[in-house]
Design a protein around this ligand. Structure first.
Ligand code: NAP
Length: 127
C-alpha cells in the first residue's frame, strides 16, 4: 500500500479487509485512517460464527436488536463500510436496519475485547 501511495497516479480510495470483532487488524486500520483510505469489512459477521456470542447477547437485549445488527453497528460506528452476505431477503432487510440505534462506549469496548486476530474460513481459501 505504501508503494501504491508513493507511485500510483490514482490514490487508493478504499481498502477491503477482513474485519469483525474477532479480528481487528489494527496496524492496517491505523495505516488506512492516517492516509484517508476508506475501510470496508469483509466477513463482518465472522462468516456467521459471531451470532451466538455470549458478549453480544446482553447487548442485543438492551437495544432490542439482533446479534447481526449489533455487530454491524459496532463496525459502522468505527467508520467501516460493511460487506455482509445473506441468502434471505428478510435478513438483508434486518442487516440494513442499523442506523436507528447507537452502541454506548462501554458496549463498544466490551465487543472490542473479543479480538483474537482470528481469521474466518475464507482466509484459507484466498491465501
Ligand atoms: N475481499 C476478499 O478477499 C473477500 C474474502 C471473502 C469474502 N469476501 C466478501 O465478503 C462477503 C461476506 O463474507 P461472509 O459470507 O463471510 O460474510 P458474513 O456476513 O460475515 O457472514 C455471512 C454468514 O452470516 C449469516 N447471516 C447474515 N446475516 C444474518 C442475519 N441477519 N441473521 C443470521 N445469520 C445471518 C449468513 O447466513 P445466511 O446466508 O443463511 O443468512 C452467512 O452464513 C462475501 O459475500 C464476499 O463477497 C471478500
Amino acid at each position: 500500500m505504501t508503494d501504491l501511495l508513493d507511485h500510483a497516479k490514482i490514490k487508493s480510495a478504499i481498502n477491503q479487509i477482513e474485519f469483525n470483532p474477532l479480528i481487528h487488524q489494527s496496524k492496517i486500520v491505523k495505516f488506512c485512517r492516517e492516509n484517508n483510505i476508506q475501510l470496508e469489512a469483509w466477513s463482518p459477521l465472522g462468516n456467521g460464527r459471531l451470532l451466538s456470542n455470549g458478549v453480544i447477547e446482553p447487548i442485543t437485549d438492551e437495544h432490542q436488536k439482533s446479534p447481526a445488527q449489533v455487530i454491524l453497528r459496532w463496525e459502522i460506528q468505527q467508520g467501516f463500510i460493511v460487506l455482509t452476505k445473506t441468502t434471505y431477503p428478510q435478513r438483508m432487510q434486518e442487516n440494513a436496519e442499523i442506523f436507528n440505534f447507537t452502541l454506548s462506549l462501554d458496549e463498544m469496548k466490551q465487543i472490542d475485547k473479543l479480538d483474537q486476530e482470528k481469521h474466518s474460513i475464507w482466509y484459507d481459501k484466498i491465501k
